[in-house]
Ligand binder design. Structure first.
Ligand SMILES: [Fe+2]
Length: 484
């Protein structure tokens, strides 16, 4: 049985399963080369079908993530096409007028120039009533898939956004016998931004769901207030947080501003003070505060609330093993803090826990709901993309000043030891998710601190404050000489 998974919101992508086993998964941005690609992932679908020698008409069912995709964002490909200025414009010309001036504003009037042409849309928008017509949008998506894949509409299934995040983490890890809790937390999807799930006989029971677990949204708009792209540069804020003086009191004012708005009581989020929005409110309140203290404060706020929330959940359900999925799970510093807590034994964060993995989660939802439990494979490893052949490198060979050399591990180790970084391109399948995990990676010796500046300046052209996280195999971490 062949099942195709589709996610057509931001960070779109596709996955392909045969008899419960994941064959391949790809993010559309890896092929289109457009960050956070939005829309029907035609390139990744075609790639994984071709790579696995499967034709469109062999597909038995399609599992689609996110029931309610807003037409207004789809029509302008919001997260792919927006510049930083567009995000400011969205706040000033749309949200401010709606929230603070009670005016009736149309999103698509504000971004008229960005509306895509018919060919790029794929779906037929003529039957969608308005820019917020969610059910009309779902019908248009379904009709298009049915026609494009010559598949009966009854074999096309839509799954809830958070359920897809949850099942991706649950089955991606591989089902364990211990009672497990899955936490999903993100900027929002299908009307929720936080949820709690408890494992029960190879399925998940949703025990809490809310749309006021605003941690992801707050972090997103602090990113914008600091002049960086929301839903993309949150990791830069996390990196910047490390530069504030932890012992100083400078950050206390910013931290207080965050703390007095939202907290947790038991396993639920609770407003301490209801605020109108997460951008203008904090922008005004944080006026005059330094960029590093704001970064530190939002990170500390996130860590403190998560620590309390996970702790309360652990106590209530007597669970010590957690799975953390959704965009906020990418905050590795917060995960580390939770993991250090006595109440928590383990936290599994799946590869690419943001929306890029929803196409995989949708298929896991389908398999679980159709009780095909026993045969569902886990992720095993994140190398589920597509592999390459020598011929694929022909275009690089034509560039005169690039030398391609096949090397042994010993040669690589010797180059690294001399203080030189190495770009590794393996022919094996590329890694899934935003992290480079070896097959398409820059390698360097972490014992040499200067290597950070060299890579930042010459190779990656990254912001100078971004840290690197050295990695080591778990079994080697205990060796005496493994810590530097
Ligand atoms: Fe999400």
């Amino acid at each position: 049985m062949i099942i195709l998974g589709i996610h057509d919101g931001h960070n779109s992508g596709a996955s392909l399963f045969r008899d419960g086993t994941l064959l391949s998964a790809l993010s559309e941005e890896k092929i289109s080369r457009k960050k956070n690609e939005y829309g029907f992932p035609i390139k990744s679908i075609n790639s994984i079908l071709k790579y696995n020698n499967i034709s469109k008409n062999q597909i038995d069912a399609i599992a689609v993530s996110t029931k309610n995709l807003p037409p207004k964002y789809y029509l302008v490909k919001r997260n792919t096409s927006f510049s930083l200025q567009d995000y400011f414009k969205e706040q000033n010309d749309y949200w401010y007028k709606k929230i603070y001036e009670n005016k009736h504003v149309k999103y698509l009037d504000v971004f008229k120039k960005k509306i895509l042409g018919k060919k790029k849309l794929f779906y037929d928008f003529s039957s969608i009533k308005n820019e917020d017509d969610l059910s009309g949008m779902q019908m248009a998506r379904k009709k298009f898939y049915s026609k494009y894949f010559s598949l009966d509409e009854k074999k096309i299934y839509f799954f809830d956004h958070h359920e897809c995040h949850a099942y991706y983490g649950y089955y991606g890890r591989g089902v364990i016998n211990n009672k497990t809790c899955v936490i999903t937390l993100d900027g929002g999807g299908d009307g929720s931004n936080a949820a709690i799930w408890i494992s029960n006989n190879r399925t998940l029971k949703n025990v809490y769901r809310t749309n006021i677990g605003n941690l992801g949204r707050m972090y997103r708009y602090i990113t914008l207030i600091l002049g960086m792209k929301p839903t993309e540069h949150e990791f830069k804020v996390m990196g910047l947080a490390g530069y504030a003086l932890e012992k100083s009191e400078y950050y206390q004012k910013s931290l207080k501003i965050f703390k007095e708005t939202l907290g947790v009581e038991g396993i639920k989020f609770k407003y301490k003070k209801k605020i109108k929005d997460n951008y203008f409110y904090f922008k005004k309140k944080l006026s005059g505060e330094r960029f590093d203290t704001i970064s530190y404060a939002i990170q500390k706020y996130l860590e403190d609330i998560l620590l309390k929330w996970f702790g309360n959940i652990s106590k209530k359900y007597k669970i010590k093993d957690f799975i953390f999925s959704g965009g906020v799970a990418q905050n590795v510093k917060a995960t580390k803090k939770i993991l250090e807590s006595k109440n928590i034994s383990s936290i599994y964060v799946p590869p690419g826990p943001g929306d890029e993995s929803l196409s995989i989660g949708a298929v896991y939802c389908y398999l679980s709901k159709n009780r095909i439990h026993q045969n569902i494979s886990d992720m095993q490893n994140p190398y589920v993309g597509i592999s390459f052949r020598d011929n694929d490198l022909a275009f690089i060979k034509k560039i005169k000043n690039i030398k391609i050399k096949k090397t042994t591990h010993k040669e690589v180790a010797s180059i690294l030891e001399k203080g030189n970084p190495i770009a590794r391109f393996a022919l094996e399948p590329n890694e899934f998710g935003p992290r480079a995990l070896g097959n398409r990676s820059i390698l360097a010796d972490p014992r040499n601190q200067d290597i950070i500046n060299l890579i930042n300046k010459k190779i990656k052209v990254r912001d100078f404050w971004m840290p690197f996280a050295p990695s080591i195999l778990e079994e080697d971490a205990k060796k005496n000489n493994a810590c530097y």
